[in-house]
Design a protein around this ligand. Sequence first.
Ligand code: URA
Length: 443
Amino acid sequence: MRICDLISKKKKGGALTFEEQHALIDGFVQGAVPDYQIAAFLMAVCFQGMTPEEPASFTQVLIESGDTLDLSALGCPTVDKHSTGGVGDKTTLIAAPLAAACGCTVAKMSGRGLGYTGGTIDKLESIQGFRTDLQNDLFFDLLRQNHLAITAQTGHLVPGDKKLYALRDVTATVDCLPLIASSVMSKKIAAGSSAIVLDVKYGSGAFMKTVKDAVALAQTMVDIGRRAGRKTTALITSMEEPLGYAVGNALEVSEAAATLKGQGPADLKTLSLALAAEMCALSENISRKEAQKRVQQALDSGEGLQKLEAMIRLQGGDPTNLETKLPTASLAQPVYAVEDGYLSRLDTEEIGRIAGLLGAGRAKKDDVPDPAAGLILSKKCGDAVKAGEVLATLYTNRPDKLQEAQKAYLAACTFSKEKPRLSPLIAAWVDEDGVHPADEPLA
Ligand code: URA
């Protein structure tokens, strides 16, 4: 099988077989197929796409490039959750404990962020002593004890995706639907959970800018999950503005804990409850209505908070008075509005970039994010603003970046005279039966 012929087949819009996909990826992982041929293949996929069958088999090929985790020894259904990425998205820290408090076993493998802001692992590592490098035996022990454990993904899981993603990152081939879908689902399926809840973002801070594109991505991922025998559903949710008010690792941990105490921002609470309910409905095989009731009870009774605290303790951190122990930045700088009006749009991707500038993310793989850096919004889309009011407060240990960040934050805000219409937080959900409007009556 000549690799050049496979690239040519894809260039002309043909479909690669499972064996052909294997030849490409195995050769790449083993070093026999050079980067430039894989780069050409990736670009051909960007232009020609994949047939409906190809993403599932490509995902399987990626999975077979490394180890998989078999969670069946736990003897119960397991559930995982994944977000396609967003600014201020700390829902895992809320939804996962809530679902665990409702009896689900949440076996979560998470990534470090590569973009402007941190991933779940970066957020958790802002808690002093918190261990994210759990070996399999310990991961299983913690799941048996507390039904909730979050660990960083090991290098042996889906090495094909790791190598491919690094190449996509430098060949402008990241934002390609079938490649995103197979990349995400290969990691979720390899991590072993029997149910997977996806939070597919749309909007100015997301890969997918429109609901339509996010739905298409969700449908592909749900189909991959179905073909792999995993119960999979997806919520289509807004990233037209940061989720909640806090952006930055320690700031987000603090906001997540506050939400579990019943004091969180409305959008963050609504989405976290919806995701937790979906996790519960899928893994416990109960109706969404029943799942929503249980999850709300877990929040109101404080059992969700207790689950988070137990996880922090079991993984080496100290959850008592957590907020007071998180790292804080040396500088706090408000950004003031210069005009009256309604805040009508926030350039969310730009706010993520600003958080990165303040130190919250990593530009290169080996950078270490500053856990204390980030920002807290004071105004969100739709809020009335008067000139001189605080729009956000920037937190950093990098005094040289403050002026640039302040200017950029102002530029990321758009004001209008009329109160703007807001995009829906949850626009739709997708399961094996199709796409459902978010306001469809619950069953
Ligand atoms: N996240 C992933 O894991 N893979 C992608 O391709 C994009 C986002």
